[in-house]
Design a binder for this molecule. Structure first.
Ligand code: NCD
Length: 371
């Protein structure tokens, strides 16, 4: 039986904005699919490395392969990886994810310098042309002063004949990161509601922060503590959005100066550290001060025993490496979870086999929201 898409509007399978996953039930299904991807990866890695699976594990592996591999395609489905901004984790995990579900990948790690963008090609033309070469495009773009990241991502997706996955749009959004973040939180804390989440660092430019806040706000009774210096606070539009959302889901947020970090750490279920995004602060002479944010073992000793520490990585120096051995540090597992989450997302975009609907991208609505 074939599970190829029959629909002629492939755009609707794009993943551009975290809010496409606002329905907790839909999100749950996506995260369950990612769990199966984790199981598939673990079983196959085990087989490759140790060659010792029990018969029941082999049966399970066959069952998962049947369900999750893209083997019904007449050729290997192709992911085009287009990074107009540096990336290691995101691009590598997408590449590994696509190969692990039976797909093929090509692309440019440095599209800014080596592609037609360097010659001044428009985003719309690039989308039209590159869209003819693959089955899904994974794209990261920094945006610029006149074209914020989300607008670029939307323009690209809306001009592209195949699905586009936003792998980071300027300072706006990073939906696949927030999905792997909630996968990690759900795995470690067994829930996505009634959480106290502390965001620490550059809350102004951190797109992972914005995207994750969007998801946390859709679940009931979460409390967000925002810790930053004055010039790196969460942008106003986001705070307004949270205030609007509050009566519906009970989301609350509080802002703290970095001097009060210990009080915040004592109450946190999840501590989400971020680096200063200096690349967006090029005009500044008062070099952003990293040392304000360093999480040390002394800080961690104030935290609850069952709390967790996350970081989208790369880390610069905002988490002392001495914290790495603490069982609450989950950032390396978090990066690994990116693999499973992206396997699930690619699968959902390329097939309709899992029956997970109601997350589709509305190109018209998006075009109107990011004019
Ligand atoms: C993040 C990003 O690119 O926004 N990294 C990532 O995708 N893992 C965070 C960052 O660069 O600080």
């Amino acid at each position: 039986m074939s599970f190829l898409q029959k629909n002629d509007d492939l755009k609707k399978y794009s993943i551009i904005d975290t809010r496409q996953f606002k329905d907790p039930e839909v999100l749950d299904k996506v995260l369950n699919l990612a769990s199966e991807m984790e199981e598939l990866s673990d079983l196959s890695d085990n087989w490759i490395r140790n060659n010792e699976l029990h018969d029941s594990e082999k049966d399970r592996l066959v069952e998962l392969r049947e369900k999750l591999y893209l083997s019904d395609y007449p050729r290997k489905p192709i992911m085009v990886s287009l990074f107009v901004q540096p990336s290691t984790r995101t691009s590598f995990s997408f590449t590994s994810a696509m190969k692990r579900i039976g797909g093929d990948v090509f692309g440019s790690e440095n599209a800014k310098d080596f592609s037609s963008f360097a010659k001044g090609e428009s985003i719309e033309d690039a989308a039209e042309v590159i869209g003819g070469y693959g089955d899904v495009i994974v794209m990261r773009h920094p945006g610029d002063e006149n074209h914020p990241g989300n607008k670029v991502a939307v323009n690209f997706a809306n001009s592209c004949p195949i699905p586009v996955i936003n792998a980071g749009a300027g300072t706006d959004q990073h939906p696949t990161q927030s999905l792997l973040d909630v996968y990690t939180i759900r795995k470690e804390k067994s829930r996505l509601n009634d959480l106290n989440v502390a965001f620490i660092g550059d809350l102004k430019n951190g797109r992972t922060v914005r995207s994750l806040i969007y998801l946390l706000a859709q679940h009931s009774n979460n409390k967000i503590d925002l810790v930053s210096t004055d010039d790196y606070t969460l942008k106003l539009d986001m705070k307004e959005w949270l205030r609007e959302k509050s009566p519906k889901t009970g989301i609350k947020f509080y802002e703290y100066d970095i001097d009060n970090v210990v009080d915040v750490l004592r109450n946190a279920d999840v501590v989400y550290m971020t680096r200063l995004q200096k690349e967006y602060e090029t005009g500044r002479t008062d070099a952003a001060n990293n040392s304000a944010y360093i999480l040390t073992p002394k800080h961690v000793s104030e935290m609850n025993k069952d709390s967790i520490i996350m970081h989208p990585l790369p880390r610069v120096d905002e988490i002392d490496p001495a914290v790495d051995d603490d069982p609450r540090s989950k950032y390396f597992e978090q990066a690994k979870n990116g693999l499973y989450t992206r396997m699930a997302l690619l699968n959902m975009v390329l097939t309709e086999k899992h029956g997970i609907t109601d997350w589709e991208y509305d190109s018209e609505k998006a075009a109107n929201s990011y004019k």
